[in-house]
Design a binder for this molecule. Structure first.
Ligand SMILES: [Zn+2]
Length: 499
């Protein structure tokens, strides 16, 4: 998830918000489910669920095996025609499917809906848009119930309007906010839902495009379009699938291998310095392989290097500024292969990464004695996004674990063990405490409950940092490229992201 800029806020705001939360807690009447491993985290909205798994199943309904999507980009229209085929089974006890596809929640973009061979004449009659308690995200709930015993196939055709401006088509995942690729195709937007992804990217028009992306990327022959097929080649979280489509003439590419890992770095012509990033990776990649384990993605690493902003990590790829690059690359291990069970658990990806790469040196000290927070319990297990205290107090929690083990080297060995045992097997915050106990004999489960699941701690310094401080990579091309397209360069400080 993105690397984060430091941020502070006034104490009076904390106090005011703390009082507000105090009043809210006083007014709420929560019935605490008893489930020791998954502590009792979410507030009174879910008194009937004693088990997080049941809540996840009730909310997400389906288990996707394959997502096969064709996205045809028409630069001249700033639009994308999509055709997605999703294969799924129902989760235990579920009959009525749901899926995430945000454009269809905002407008009438679906032109075709076919479920198990049955086409709907009026596609919008096939589903209704539902709000789900505990999350700000809406879902499409199918009108039809389906057989719980068999696999199902949904085929959706649709058209997406892009923003216009510079002709690029890229993924734009924002995990702090919790928006993923449900902006581009129907999927489930939750980290633990792993599926095989195959994305065919087509570009209309004569201008040659360059394509980078997750997994195996193959240029294929198509008489009508420039075409590439991205294949994750394994089950991955949907929000970790990356692609970048940009005019080839505006970009530079360096390809090669670093310690046997295939590496591709592209950037705008006149933009970020590819060679500097390459040199950085020549040191960083071997260090990660030695410390944590073999590089997780067999097809290596694809980087689109931006001049400004932060970065976002994906499966085998990142869109990142040089500033955030090493951070995003570490995420190949924690976030893109070792995956959190729910969004709220993904604080641990950021905490581990920021601890390892020393993003925030001020926070490389143990967490203060008696620290309490609702970093995890402040959100429902089905909520999107995570608490950005992950970067700061999260780093301190990891440092505390390191000191329990005897220092940095010992902690890195533990992280390597977690990666090797649990990659692509999503786990929760409390699971990490259990892995730590199994590995070291040191039981931090009660500490984890205090640090992460303490509702009363909402009274303290526990307001999530505003999303506007999240730093996404800035994909704005250099001014001379914009002018070539007759576009006005953005004004500094207003249109540019992050820093
Ligand atoms: Zn991050």
């Amino acid at each position: 998830m993105e690397k984060y800029f430091c941020w502070r806020q006034g104490r009076s705001v904390w106090r005011l918000a703390g009082m507000l939360i105090l009043v809210m807690i006083a007014l709420s009447c929560s019935q605490e489910p008893e489930f020791p491993a998954r502590i009792e985290t979410w507030d009174s909205d879910y008194p009937a669920y004693a088990d997080e798994q049941k809540l996840l199943d009730e909310t997400f309904r389906i288990d996707i095996s394959d997502i096969d999507v064709v996205l045809t980009y028409h630069p001249q229209d700033a639009a994308v025609d999509g055709r997605a085929r999703v294969r799924f089974r129902m989760r235990p006890g579920q009959l009525r499917p749901r899926i995430h596809f945000d454009p269809a929640c905002r407008g009438n973009v679906i032109s075709g809906w076919q479920l198990d061979g049955k086409s709907w004449i009026v596609p919008s009659a096939a589903f209704r848009i539902v709000d789900v308690a505990g999350t700000t995200q809406k879902a499409l709930e199918f009108v039809d119930e389906v057989d719980a015993r068999t696999e199902h196939e949904l085929i959706v055709t649709y058209r997406l309007a892009l923003g216009g401006g510079y002709p690029r088509f890229t993924t734009n995942v924002h995990d702090i906010k919790g928006s993923g690729n449900e902006e581009l195709f129907p999927t489930l937007n939750t980290p633990h839902e792993l599926a095989h992804h195959r994305i065919t990217l087509r570009v209309g028009g004569a201008d040659p495009y360059r394509c980078l992306g997750s997994g195996r990327v193959e240029r294929t022959v198509n008489a009508s379009f420039q075409e590439w097929i991205l294949d994750s080649e394994r089950d991955v979280a949907s929000y970790t699938m990356m692609f970048v489509l940009l005019p080839e003439a505006d970009t530079l590419l360096r390809e090669g291998a670093i310690s046997g890992i295939p590496v591709r770095i592209a950037a705008f012509n006149g933009g970020a310095a590819i060679d500097g990033a390459w040199t950085e990776l020549e040191a960083w990649l071997p260090q990660l392989v030695a410390d944590i384990g073999p590089f997780p993605m067999p097809r290596g690493l694809s980087v689109f290097l931006t001049s400004g902003g932060g970065g976002m990590e994906y499966f085998g790829g990142t869109i990142s500024s040089p500033w955030a690059l090493s951070h995003e690359i570490f995420h190949m291990y924690f976030a893109c292969s070792t995956v959190a069970r729910t969004y709220r658990d993904s604080w641990l990806d950021e905490a581990i990464t920021s601890w390892y790469d020393r993003s925030y040196p001020d926070y490389l000290i143990p967490i203060e004695p008696g620290y309490r927070s609702n970093m995890v319990s402040g959100r429902s297990p089905v909520a999107v996004g995570f608490d950005s205290r992950a970067y700061y107090q999260g780093t301190q929690i990891i440092e505390t674990m390191a000191q329990h083990l005897g220092g940095r080297t010992a902690m890195v060995a533990f992280l390597s063990d977690v990666y090797r045992r649990h990659a692509f097997s999503p786990f929760s915050s409390m699971d990490l405490a259990e892995y730590f106990r199994q590995y070291s004999g040191i039981d931090l489960r009660q500490d984890f409950q205090d640090w992460l699941f303490n509702k009363a701690a909402a009274l303290e310094t526990t307001i999530p940092i505003n999303n506007q401080f999240a730093s996404l990579p800035d994909l704005t091309p250099p001014d001379e490229i914009l002018r070539k397209y007759g576009l006005e360069p953005p004004r500094q400080g207003i249109d540019r992201g992050g820093e």
